[in-house]
Write a protein that binds this ligand. Structure first.
Ligand code: ACM
Length: 683
């Protein structure tokens, strides 16, 4: 059996379609993601040869020079040509990069990130206000490279580009599960490739305190299991991100999600003391004591130290999910609330935030926090990160607060890229005034880490986050989901060349599960599944921070490309199921091949299952896959031959599909909507 027959088949079909459409291969073929705000494709192209030269003619910038060398190195990989890495200053080079100024030392969301890129048959010119714009331009340039006959070319284009939103972030929760620095670095490389510009580093949680404090060493001694970033590593990461045009906004959760602080320094608690690092997930009752002057001295000293590591204008204080039962029963806290005219926990938390804001202001830093910090007691220069949704974000903007949207981008929900892609921080039908809309700085993709470790993280983030990055960068009307998926497949492979493991990790985990290198059947089988959401997993499996993440659910990836291919194929096939034209025929073949291949994989996968106890929870799914693949094959046959199925077939099939929607094995089938459509379309 061919290795990964299914994927090879799908790729072959799409290759046929592409070459059928386009014969002049040096004509611009748009694989850009994110789409630029303005692009004109001209005729002609520039052939890349080993004589290619690059010059930087504007303001001198070591950051830019480093980026140029990295870009040339990636261009070498793409073309197989050895190129000169000597950066010239002559305006006659093949590629001329001109930045007007070296830009500010500390990047802010006010940085001018715009650029222009003009390529002709003879030369390429990039112009930008600062090196950050030039970095974006070079990512675009690399995405423009395409094959033409026996060489690689840059098609002639004129691009004027600037981001729709100024704050385009990815948050990684390193508290619940620690991620080694090299994992973060490769994710920062991926962020840069799709023009994200904020790495929000969630550094403290109930489950772990991940940043070294020299003033308060017990924070990591007692609160981290030895898994933390030294100050030197953190500074290095900040510099690494800065070189790639990415700000690092650190988050130190307070007053809730603070078990790890309290384990180290019990004197900060509100009355109840945790016995150790929290292993369970969900919201905890332990909180810092907002009434105690020592708490603020501690926070002041800690944040002062952190500003020597994190130069960004913003510090994120978390602020979410602090139910704080102690505040309702500790007599000392109740007396404080009465004396300060604070009527409830929200008022006390706003008091706390106001004190912390005073500290941040003194440190020349601004405050960011989750929805819960939104309170009229706070001045308007705090940024509210909305995990509660567009309406909550809009409410903040209506009252004059800047905000960033996160709720629809919770990628732990395992929603497909197409759905995440369409969620907009400022939807077309927004009721916000133009002035209020300006307060929406952008959005952030949060990657929470309950069921995540260094092996699985990349496939949970990528490539779906590239689609969301386009939403944050590109014009509002760029919303063609099918075209997004086409370009996403290209970007996904590009990201792998940067060292991302989102594609290889599935194979590696399947090999580990099989205990064998021979995973052809496992791969076909896996293509029928995707992981359940973190929420569903938490509610059906008792997991803690210590649970090994080596089950089938950890191997399979959300929204594998075949899911959308099946959806499109079913739609195409159903337009004319009995027709023999190439498009419906292709679609029919793809669907038939899919159902045959996944069905055929089951007996061989069951042999693996018999040998591997940790794979056995999937046995119900395997049986269901056999039934469903037969339903798929039968439905195609009835539709294609215009045959009426036997009595009860349709009801019986729909009932089986319904049963397959029920939870089992922590994985869901990828193809049930398409299969339902096929069955329903039979007579
Ligand atoms: C959050 O999801 N509690 C920020």
């Amino acid at each position: 059996m061919r290795k990964n027959a299914l994927l090879a088949f799908a790729i072959a079909l799409s290759a046929v379609r592409v070459s059928g459409q386009s014969t002049a291969t040096d004509a611009f073929h748009n694989n850009l993601m994110p789409e630029p705000s303005s692009l004109t494709a001209n005729t002609g192209s520039l052939s890349i040869t080993n004589g290619l030269t690059v010059s930087a003619t504007g303001a001198s910038s070591p950051l830019l020079d480093h980026a140029i060398v990295r870009m040339i190195s990636r261009l070498e990989d793409r073309t197989g040509l050895q190129l000169s890495k000597q950066i010239q200053t002559a305006p006659t080079a093949t590629l001329v990069i001109d930045v007007r100024s070296a830009g500010p030392a500390v990047q802010s969301f006010e940085e001018d990130e715009s650029y222009s890129l003009t390529s002709t048959a003879n030369s390429i010119k990039i112009e930008a206000a600062t090196p950050v714009g030039a970095l974006h331009a070079m990512e675009t340039l690399l995405q423009l490279v395409q094959a033409s006959g026996s060489s690689y070319v840059i098609p002639s284009v004129t691009i004027q580009d600037s981001p729709r939103f100024r704050w385009r972030g990815l948050m990684i929760d390193c508290g619940r599960h620690f991620e080694p620095i090299e994992v973060l670095k490769r994710n920062i490389d991926a962020m840069a490739a799709v023009k994200l510009n904020v790495f929000h580093w969630h550094l403290t949680e109930d489950q772990g305190f991940r940043i070294e404090s020299k003033r308060f060493p017990k924070l990591t001694e007692k609160g981290s299991d030895g898994l933390f970033y030294t100050q030197e590593q953190a500074r290095d990461l900040v510099a690494y991100a800065r070189e790639r045009g990415i700000r690092v906004v650190p988050e130190f959760e307070m007053p809730g999600h603070s078990v790890a602080w309290l384990v180290a320094y019990p004197e900060l608690n509100s009355g109840s003391q945790p016995t150790g690092i929290r292993r369970e997930f969900g919201v905890s009752d332990y909180v810092l004591d907002p009434t105690h002057p020592e708490t603020y001295k501690f926070i002041d000293s800690f944040l002062t130290e952190m500003t020597t590591i994190f130069p960004d204008e913003y510090i994120h204080i978390g602020g979410d999910e602090a139910p704080a039962p102690d505040w309702k029963k500790n007599p000392r806290i109740l007396a404080f609330m009465k004396a300060h005219d604070l009527h409830d926990n929200d008022a006390l938390q706003a008091y706390f935030n106001t004190q912390v804001l005073g500290i941040l202001t003194k440190l020349h830093r601004r405050m960011a926090g989750w929805d819960e910090i939104f309170n009229p007691a706070l001045p308007k220069d705090v940024v509210i990160q909305s995990w509660r949704g567009v309406a909550s974000l809009a409410k903040g903007a209506q009252q004059g607060y800047e905000g960033i949207l996160s709720a629809p981008y919770y990628i732990d929900g395992m929603q497909p890229a197409g759905k995440l892609y369409l969620a907009d921080p400022v939807p077309a039908d927004t009721t916000l005034t133009p002035e209020q809309q300006k307060l929406i700085l952008g959005g952030e993709v949060p990657m929470w880490a309950e069921h995540l470790d260094q092996r699985t993280i990349d496939s949970r983030i990528w490539p779906r986050t590239a689609a969301i990055a386009e939403r944050f960068w590109s014009p509002q009307n760029v919303r063609d989901v099918d075209d997004m998926y086409r370009r996403l497949d290209v970007v996904s492979v590009e990201l792998e060349t940067l060292g991302l493991r989102h594609l290889t990790s599935e194979d590696a985990e399947l090999r580990a599960l099989a205990g064998s290198e021979n995973i052809a059947a496992m791969r076909d089988f896996a293509s029928a599944f995707e992981p359940v959401s973190f929420g569903e997993r938490s509610s059906t499996q008792h997991t803690t921070q210590l649970t090994p993440l080596t089950s089938f659910v950890d191997a399979v990836r959300p929204d594998p490309p075949i899911r959308h291919q099946i959806e499109v194929a079913a739609k195409t096939f159903l337009t004319a199921p009995t027709a023999q034209d190439p498009a419906t025929n292709d679609a029919h073949q793809l669907l038939l091949h899919f159902f045959e291949t996944v069905g055929a994989s089951v007996p061989r996968v069951q042999l693996v299952m018999d040998r591997q106890p940790r794979f056995q929870p999937i046995h119900t799914r395997a049986e269901q896959l056999t039934e469903l693949s037969v339903i798929g094959i039968d439905a195609l046959k009835y539709l294609n031959t215009s045959t009426t199925p036997p009595a009860q077939w349709k009801e019986h099939s729909l009932a089986q599909i319904e049963a397959a929607k029920k939870p089992s094995g922590l994985v869901n089938f990828t193809f049930l909507p398409a299969l339902t459509q096929l069955v329903n379309a039979t007579r």
